[in-house]
Design a protein around this ligand. Sequence first.
Ligand code: SF4
Length: 441
Amino acid sequence: MPADIPSKERLFNHHMKIAVLTLGCKTNQAESMNMEHALNNAGHQIVEMLEKPDICIINTCTVTSKADYQSRQLINRALKNNAKVIVTGCYAELNNEQIKNIDNNIEVIRNNNKSNIINMIPNEYSSGNINFSKYARHRPAVKVQDGCNYSCSYCAIPMARGRSRSIPIDRVISEIKFYESLGYKEIVLTGIHLGTYGLDLKPKKSLSMLLDNILKNTNIPRIRISSLEIKEIDDKFLELLTEERICKHLHIPLQSGDDNILKLMNRTYSTKDFLSGIERIIKKVPEISIGTDVIVGFPCEGELEFENTKKLIESIPFSYLHVFPYSPRPRTKAVTFSGQVAGAIKKERVTILREIGMAKKEDYIEKNIGKSLDIIVEDRCEDGVIGTAGNYIKVLVTDENNIKEGMLVNVHVLGHKDGIAIGIPAKNLELLNKQSFFICL
Ligand code: SF4
């Protein structure tokens, strides 16, 4: 956790150039950002890979075989750069041997020791100027929980991260206040299994208690919740969701729309539970944006099971879908299941659901045409600036003089293209309306 803002003296008494490369989930991103803060506080310079770092810290992921491959790719890239390579994260946790086989000099750090990396960096390198470019992420993830007590049959994460552990409320509050003091407009509460927040604390706490405390004790304009299981959304949480500062956006993994597959996956809900949970949320917050994850081609998923998934997805007004082909993870239960699905079929099903996902995204954006949304500006492109709204839609803002990255801007949505809303600053619309009023006169 970032302890305090680095003083100028500490910043310029730096030691080396360090690149932190991250794969995977928001929790990994939050952990990388905390490493960067700690390294910067210690006077090191955070750089991009292109800037020839002295040290490369690679925070890996093992959620799919593709993530494993990308982790190894980043390690090899760092080695080619002649940097000292430190590897951590979920891939490193489960594949220590494989990493040592790539190069015996690579230092592998356990997931639970990540926050100590700062103390393992030797002080023998030199570096250039301080560069805060990595601080430019505009919606920082705040890790409030780690680990998972569930045992989904396809998932290797509990092996890599252990059982659920929560960060005490006062520490979360001071981290959010830190971001607030730097002018950030949004934080994303993140964890591996966020819904179990606080159950391990003494006395027990809950995610709703945490949210309540954040609302009372911080002024950060926007609070987003990264991912929750359907059965973890209770009445207290739904009440908090109506608060203005809580983003009207939830990500609720479905994984499959077939009850037999859900059982094989060892998920803790049925399709009926999922559907009634979604109905309850929409009744309370009708404008909410709900995204989901779906795994296709899980063992035993035949035509019928896939059709069930497709039908269920079509019946729910999701605002986007993240669709993944099932990826057999070593040492998980699902790798031993018979009825593994051929790669070509998985590919076909991914395409079908991604198309449905795109159509749903556009439907949701269309509902926002004519509305005013507050966006956090995150990027600049040829046509203007791009930002994220509270309901998670991306908005391209044209006609945008004086708008800078990181700003919270009220925009008016006029249309959409390729899954992105298109808008103008709301104040320009007022101007436009006044002008047409005078023309009419
Ligand atoms: S809830 Fe299931 S999918 Fe998510 S981390 Fe835990 S075991 Fe994995």
